[in-house]
Design a binder for this molecule. Structure first.
Ligand code: GLA
Length: 655
């Protein structure tokens, strides 16, 4: 199978979405000159070019793209060629209204924006296949082509009639019989029993609470339909160019796609990442998405899009202050990226995203942003040969599963404040601040290479996943689980006793009497710290080695935290420092060490291959003690025992 290294060829790619059709051709010459100046070696072309490539049904205009590809190739720049199927041309919707998606209220989403396609529409799929076929046939042999980029940020829903028909087919495949479906969905509740497949609908507007398993299955179905759209196009380009890697760009921690499953269908896993520069936890948000993407890729991955500054869709939309773009880009490289790309190369003057920043802003080549991009280009050219293709070893895995997220995020639940992303971020942040390098994994993955497995929240656990967790602990691994784990089975049916019995036994819990969710901002006192979001009325079975009790209030004296051998259970979310302290202690017990001891606040350390990345997320100069003598790969300077990092400074030390 082709892979990212076939495109990088020992470099770290720098580039971005390039939309030359928005500009007169003379501008293209300026573009390639400035790309060369900045060290750009890759452009992603054609993402939204369908109307330009096929202005009328079956009539193609490839001349401009021929000229463009030849031009960039002549300047040594590779092309990630996109299929344009995320933005069908207006004629498709007008001639074939069945290609348009329908929302849960039955309203059509019209053309005039983008992503107005129904994943279930046979007509859409036919036209998408045809333009993909035409592109692959024409450009499969072009020497500029380094990668295929299918569609863009698959994220749509469809509740229309064609989607309903496909949903029924999907359910037939899953359940076989209506009896099995009725059992899985618990349709005895509220007179929902189905007597004919035709009665089953997508998850459309209802008067009151919807059947949660129907909603869960509709989310599964939607992810699968989008995946069918992706694989159909992928298979076309693969047939023409089996040696060229294929990707589609994920959104970060996006609810709508089972990204584990999707990643298995990609040659290159890529992601778009837009932390808010004003967010004090922006760097951690980046680290989380980077760790997740690297884990999905099982190695180097591609940062397909980021912004040099403002994005145009935030209420207060500030640019990145000087140095932050470089810092966050090198953070991605530290965490395994072999490509650092942007939306987009040249900032648009028209259209919905004219206020979205770009590598080349409205201020032009003398603007601060472009000058900073040039500096990054120089850094990546220096680092590329040393880090490209190298890997990151983690002793800790955080478990995440989309099906559990989908099942847990429903109406009528007592835990609206304890949403999975909130809890997941809190746990990852604790590990990140403790400098414990962290992978992500699916609950059924082989976990045996990790010393510590952390489960912030897995509301739904299949039997196979429970087996896997138990086998992991029995095999010598250390497991720490948060509340709302192991509550439901595959069909979102609550497990007997309210929580999986084998997990209860593992942690030393006899009975989970009641959940006591906390009001927003509320806390619960525990021995030595305060819990947030959640608490539980637990009865221990007396087998735990260590218990941290609640103190005061209704739960006084009951266990908040239980540790039994190598298995730990947290029935609340300790405040950040307490969570960090607790997870660090558990990690130490499992033999996990931080990347470096004694790091100053705000400094992140990551080892990638034989390089040690030190990243200062603060604006003040800091001195980092690093035992031994090292060379900074970025500056060539020798660091003897310590290294000084300025505002947003980065050092990459070779050992
Ligand atoms: C996404 C899209 C891009 C662009 C950016 C803007 O990542 O893929 O086309 O719209 O957002 O932030």
């Amino acid at each position: 199978m082709p892979q990212l290294s076939d495109a990088t060829r020992g470099r770290v790619l720098l580039g971005g979405d390039y939309n030359p059709e928005q500009w007169p051709e003379e501008t293209w010459y300026d573009d390639v000159r400035l790309m060369k100046d900045a060290g750009v070696n890759s452009v992603t072309v054609g993402v939204f070019s369908w109307a330009r490539l096929e202005p009328r049904p079956g009539v193609h205009d490839f001349g401009w793209l021929d000229r463009l590809l030849d031009l960039v190739h002549g300047h040594g720049i590779g092309v990630v060629l996109a299929t344009p199927t995320a933005a069908p041309p207006p004629w498709l919707g007008r001639l074939h209204p069945d290609t348009l998606p329908v929302d849960e209220d039955g309203r059509t989403e019209w053309w005039g924006g983008r992503q107005h396609f129904s994943h279930s529409s046979a007509t859409y799929r036919r036209h998408a296949a045809a333009i993909t076929e035409a592109l692959a046939a024409r450009y499969g042999g072009h020497p500029a082509l380094t990668m295929w980029h299918i569609n863009n940020e698959y994220c749509t829903y469809d509740h229309g009639d064609e989607a309903a028909a496909r949903f029924r087919g999907w359910l037939r495949d899953r359940y076989g019989t209506l009896d099995a479906l009725n059992t899985a969905w618990g349709t005895a509740f509220w007179s929902q029993g189905y007597g004919d497949w035709e009665e089953i609908l997508p998850s459309r507007r209802a008067h009151y609470l919807k059947n949660p398993t129907q909603v869960l299955d509709f989310r599964r179905f939607t992810s699968d339909m989008l995946l069918e759209c992706y694989t159909a196009e992928r298979d076309i380009v693969r047939r023409h160019t089996p040696h060229i890697p294929v990707t589609t760009n994920f959104m970060p921690l996006w609810f709508g796609q089972d990204a584990w499953r999707w990643a298995g269908e990609e040659d290159v896993v890529s992601v778009d990442l837009y932390p808010d520069p004003r967010d004090p936890y922006g760097a951690q948000e980046g680290a989380l998405v980077q760790d997740l993407t690297r884990s999905q890729a099982r190695g180097p991955w591609m940062l397909m899009e980021q912004a040099t500054g403002a994005v145009g869709w935030r209420d207060v939309d500030q640019p990145k202050p000087r140095g932050l773009n470089r810092l966050w880009s090198l953070q991605a490289v530290a965490r395994g990226a072999d490509a650092v790309c942007y939306f987009q190369w040249r900032r648009s003057r028209q259209g919905a995203e004219k206020f979205h920043s770009a590598m080349l802003g409205h201020a032009g080549e003398h603007g601060r942003v472009f000058q900073e991009v040039k500096r990054l280009g120089a850094d990546l050219a220096t680092l590329g040969p040393r880090v490209s293709g190298t890997r990151i070893e983690a002793d800790v895995a955080v478990l995440h599963d989309w099906h559990s997220w989908w099942a847990g995020t429903q109406e009528a639940r007592p835990f609206a404040h304890a949403d999975l992303p909130v809890v997941l971020r809190a746990w990852h942040r604790a590990l990140w601040e403790a400098h414990l390098t962290t992978d992500f994994a699916h609950p059924t993955h082989d976990l045996s290479r990790y010393r510590l497995v952390a489960v912030p929240q897995l509301y739904l656990l299949t039997d196979a996943a429970v087996d896997n967790l138990l086998a992991y602990v029995h095999g010598g691994g250390t497991l720490v689980c948060g509340f709302l784990t192991g509550i439901a089975d595959e069909d979102d049916r609550v497990r007997p006793g309210g929580m999986d019995a084998r997990l209860r036994g593992l942690f030393g819990i006899r009975t989970l009497h009641e959940w006591w969710p906390l009001p927003a901002g509320g806390t619960v006192p525990c021995d030595g710290f305060r819990g947030t979001l959640w608490s539980e009325e637990l009865e221990a079975d007396g087998t735990a080695d260590e218990t941290v009790p609640y103190r005061g209030g209704e739960l006084d004296g009951l266990p908040a935290v239980l540790g039994k051998g190598r298995a730990w259970y947290l029935s609340t979310l300790p405040e950040p420092e307490a969570l960090r302290t607790l997870l660090t202690r558990i990690a130490e017990g499992a033999g996990v060490r931080p990347v470096l001891d004694g790091l100053p606040d705000g400094v992140e350390a990551v080892r990638r291959g034989d390089a040690l990345f030190l990243l200062n997320h603060g604006r003040d100069e800091v001195t980092v003690d690093v035992p031994g003598t090292h060379r900074d790969l970025l500056t060539g300077e020798v660091a003897d025992g310590s290294v000084v990092l300025g505002r947003y400074g980065v050092a990459v030390l070779s050992s």
